[in-house]
Design a protein around this ligand. Sequence first.
Ligand SMILES: NC(=O)c1ccc[n+]([C@@H]2O[C@H](COP(=O)([O-])OP(=O)(O)OC[C@H]3O[C@@H](n4cnc5c(N)ncnc54)[C@H](O)[C@@H]3O)[C@@H](O)[C@H]2O)c1
Ligand SMILES: [Zn+2]
Ligand SMILES: [Zn+2]
Length: 392
Amino acid sequence: MRALAWHGKHDVRVDTVDDPEIINPRDCIIKVTATAICGSDLHLYDGYIPTMQSGDILGHEFMGEVVETGPKSTLKKGQKVVVPFTIACGSCYHCGKHQYSACDNGNPADNQDIGMELYGQPMSGLFGYSHLTGGYAGGQAEYVRVPFSDIGPMVIPDGVDDEKVLFLSDILPTGWQAAEYAQIEPGDTVAVWGCGPVGLFAVQSAFLMGAARVIAIDHFPRRLELAKRFGAETINFEESAVYEALMEMTGGIGPDAVIDSVGLEAHGLFVDNVIDQIKVSTFLATDRAHSIRQAIVACRKGGRVSMPAVYGGFVDKFPLGAFMEKGLTLKTGQTHVQHYMPALLNAIMEGKIDTTFLISHRMDLEDAPKGYKMFHDDQNNVTKVVLKPGFN
Ligand SMILES: NC(=O)c1ccc[n+]([C@@H]2O[C@H](COP(=O)([O-])OP(=O)(O)OC[C@H]3O[C@@H](n4cnc5c(N)ncnc54)[C@H](O)[C@@H]3O)[C@@H](O)[C@H]2O)c1
Ligand SMILES: [Zn+2]
Ligand SMILES: [Zn+2]
């Protein structure tokens, strides 16, 4: 089959590779009909995530048709499914608490040492996201093996357009969980850093959860325009000082809740960001944490910090004093996709959440390297690339 493989920093190629096979009884194989490039994929593309190997197949946002089932899969051939990016067994201690992205069985034992060393516990399994998270082949491919197929994939009713439901695989539940973790109370003012797909779904979710005002921050005019479409007020950080603007907009109090949907590749000519860039390029640090620092400092006293954004390692100049003295709460993590999928599918079907507004480019899988480059180089115009095998 054809699949998009990582070969190094800024080097991804569509290669011909072996077709996936059923390995465990609960597996299924799906024929991919649509798959997206995620902001998280850019961290791989830019070479920030350790333990990648040349030839690794990328992609963790995908859906398709079931074409083969193991004896213990509950799916049937021909069903259309959306697959969560988190690989979870459904029966361990964490899955029992619906904390699927913390599953203890999704990541094969021979990959667990790296997570133990870095984080104190092994990472769970993710599709197409390095050997730290299991080394699973991802879904930017014609076919993909889906483990625990009786737990993860969500069957989609007949006749529903792929583009409406594809984002249930990751970014829609991620934006939703981000808003839930911000513990929004009716009437709240919520500030969201980053108007990428995750931030834009967090904006929509925050309003649905009762926020009176959402303030969205970015520097790409087109992305800020999309946030405005959902009723957000906006700050362009290249035109205004973010902290000062937020204080002015909230009567000097600060937002009740702040959401960091930027992550370890923050943009902008800020002193801390420039120092981070130098440190990262000389291997003295791993992450550029400007947006989470700024969010903590801007948040009101007693407020809530939600951090869907991905960070990988260690940061310095973390405003721990502000965090403690202001009495803030922080919630973060990879999304427990399986937990949110059913309710969010209903919300899409009932027209409460708009998903297709995000897609700026549709391409054949063969053009995936071009899609990565465009998404990387022109984030203003490229908000989301959807790859469809056989699309022309
Ligand atoms: N927790 C999870 O399970 C999960 C799932 C999906 C994505 N993510 C992470 O969420 C983050 C966002 O994902 P995305 O797909 O929306 O990515 P994206 O790269 O498309 O969007 C990030 C946005 O942040 C903006 N930005 C950069 N620096 C900024 C700054 N200083 N202030 C304000 N905005 C700034 C960029 O201009 C961009 O629009 C990434 O870190 C991604 O890895 C986490
Ligand atoms: Zn993703
Ligand atoms: Zn589990």
